[in-house]
Write a protein that binds this ligand. Sequence first.
Ligand code: SF4
Length: 199
Amino acid sequence: MTDEIQCQWSVWFRTHYKYDRSQRDFDAAKWNASHRALLEERLLQLQAEGWAVFVEGENWFEIVGRQHVVKIAGKPDILAIRDRQVWVEDCKTGRKKNSDLYQVLLYMLLLPLSHPQCRGVKLQGRLVYPDGAIAISSDQMNEAFKGQFREAIALLSNTTPARKVPSDQECQYCDIPAQCCPERVEQPPNQSLDDHGLF
Ligand code: SF4
């Protein structure tokens, strides 16, 4: 649903298969520690403001499709509830990405299906970064977004594989190993440029 991912096959493959993830240069322990610290800080802020706060596993959902053979699971970082107001928040410590917004919009779309306290209220969303928060209005969860969501579900649940787009830019961050994806690009392309003199 986001233009950050050109290789739709990677998402299709993850939806259909289990696999041993390729080791990437990613410090999971460091990421977990900084994410945990940001989440704890936000949790204390909300509690001090009088919100009832639910975190991670408490917010877990799993929804089975009715028209497509697909199951969607998620675990929003924070649900904050007060006076029939519900905020869905996700804490992000990495660089800001469009997919952050889509993730929270998906939570806002799906939580009312699985969590009774989210039904019949307008959910608001928030992305919490170390340098500040960005509010997400329920108006952004409009028909265009729902249409994109349905298209993505149809693509991912299809037995026909989605389009594969190998590129150094994307493969270097992809955890699907070469045994599963022989087209995986391991090195940047060697562009031996002539002295073109164009610029
Ligand atoms: S390794 Fe590259 S081509 Fe293969 S699935 Fe991942 S992004 Fe796509």
